[in-house]
Design a protein around this ligand. Structure first.
Ligand SMILES: *Cc1c(COP(=O)(O)O)cnc(C)c1O
Ligand SMILES: [Zn+2]
Length: 461
């Protein structure tokens, strides 16, 4: 292989390789997922992670300003000049003493990685910059995704800003938060609403992309996951290149957890980190496929030879019993996570654990994040709720250093927030009560007063 980067099947019994310029959804030989791999020994890499700081002074160059492409040396699948950027990855790792007590942690030990600051308001932009970059190199004119909302918002904004390709998005009916849908519509994406849920949309978009030669940007796309590695690079950067003890992330299609695992596998192999953080992946109870497979069925990566029969049997049972994912955390409302196998690998390498949290726990945790001024959508708050659970169980120590990834912005799903804090009982019942949320312990209720100056002054005294 003379290429400096290539695609490789993750199944060790196949391990087929393919050129970078091929557009594949999975291995044509065996059907497993693909990785992007590099000939590291032939690439110029900084000897230490702190060497990346030399790029800080080059912020007038959009590629060095980008929180994704300033780490290009660690995802060099096309030359830097060809990489697509709209200013993604200007995110923040915030010490979160305001929620540390809620999580049961000691001050100074809990951090929130706020990915809501991305151009489209979610971490998806990290991956989209890389996927669109690859799409451009293969000459794609149209790009498509199935989406619970944020992937489509991200694709739509990249398409609108760069004009490189027209965006086509597939969404399930009634399954998308309005903040996200409004973005896709406003940015001009061709929006196909199908009668079904995310998994149905996912299956359809794969068929349609194949038939029409449309470039697919879901997280099954290995190039997208390369971009998402940089979330971890920025976490390390903010911690002055010291690994935390734990990374806690919500799990939906498991692209993030998979890509974090790959980032740590590579950094460790390259000698750029010594300590590998542990990974905690948090499902919603109503969409807890990973939790059940890993913690109850004991499915493990097993060197790539995971128990396929058990997984397929699990999915077959799910289908025959008509079990469908259902959670207010719509971004993680997924039945069959497409990156399951890569995620098993990440759990194996990072000594990961999986937990699930209830709708009530998610909403309460979300209000705690909001009260600290960061604000996130329900799915993101699963990371804090999961941390609280793991501290309670004694799995995470109160004094360990923990980074929760806040995956999406607060404004993505205003209904959930207003239902929680507001006084409209009917709205609460419709949005949250119907899902088993019974209380809003941390609600910041608006105060209703007659339009009368005396009465207004009365409540403000
Ligand atoms: C996509 C998304 C997730 C799920 O991430 P996966 O990589 O699919 O596991 C979680 N939170 C938000 C806000 C998202 O947009
Ligand atoms: Zn294969």
């Amino acid at each position: 292989m003379s290429e400096l980067s290539y695609q490789k099947c993750i199944n060790p019994d196949c391990a087929a390789t393919f050129g970078i310029s091929e557009t594949l959804h999975c291995c044509p030989t065996c059907g497993a997922l693909l990785d992007v791999e590099y000939e590291w020994s032939r690439l110029a890499l900084p000897p230490r992670l702190s060497d990346f700081e030399k790029y800080w002074s080059q912020r007038s160059n959009p590629h060095r300003f980008s929180g994704v492409w300033r780490f290009h040396d660690l995802l060099p699948f096309v030359p830097l000049e060809q990489c697509v950027t709209i200013g993604e990855g200007q995110t923040l790792l915030q010490k979160a003493d305001f929620v540390a007590p809620y999580a049961g942690m000691n001050n100074g030990r809990l951090f929130l990685q706020y990915e809501g600051l991305n151009p489209s308001g979610s971490f998806k932009d990290n991956g989209m910059s890389a996927a669109v970059t690859h799409g451009r190199t293969v000459g794609a004119k149209r790009a498509a995704c199935a989406s619970t909302g944020n992937t489509s918002a991200s694709l739509a904004i990249y398409s609108a800003v760069t004009k490189l390709m027209q965006s086509v998005i597939f969404i399930g009916s009634g399954k998308i938060a309005y903040g996200k849908l409004s973005q896709a519509l406003d940015y001009g994406a061709k929006t196909i609403q199908i009668d079904g849920d995310f998994d149905d949309a996912m299956a359809r978009v794969q068929e349609v992309s194949k038939q029409l030669g449309i470039y697919l940007v879901n997280s099954i796309n290995p190039f997208r996951l390369e971009g998402q590695k940089t979330i971890m690079f920025r976490v390390l950067e903010a911690l002055r290149w010291e690994s935390p003890d734990w990374i806690v992330v919500p799990g939906g299609n498991l692209g993030n957890s998979s890509s974090f695992g790959k980032a740590f596998i590579e950094l460790h192999k390259l000698g750029l980190i010594k300590k590998v953080p542990r990974l905690a992946i948090i499902n919603a109870t109503g969409a807890n496929t990973l939790y059940r497979l890993v913690e109850q069925e004991n499915v493990t990566w097993n060197g790539g030879r995971y128990d396929k029969q058990r997984v397929n049997g699990f999915f077959a049972k799910m289908d025959s019993e008509g079990q469908r994912a259902s959670t207010i955390a719509s971004a993680i409302e997924i039945n069959k996570p497409v990156n399951l196998t890569k995620c098993l690998r990440a759990i194996d390498f990072c000594k990961g654990v999986v937990r699930d949290v209830t709708e009530q726990e998610i909403l309460d945790a979300k209000s705690q994040v909001g009260a600290g001024g960061l604000g996130c959508e329900p799915a993101s708050a699963a990371s804090l709720a999961g941390t609280r659970k793991l501290v309670n169980e004694g799995v995470i120590g109160r004094d360990e250093r923990v980074v929760c990834v806040l995956t999406g912005h607060q404004l993505k799903d205003p209904n959930a927030t207003v239902a929680y804090h507001g006084q409209d009982k009917e709205f609460f019942q419709k949005v949250l009560g119907s899902r088993g949320v019974t209380t809003a312990e941390f609600a910041n209720r608006p105060i209703t007063v007659p339009n009368d100056i005396e009465k207004i002054i009365e409540v403000l005294k």
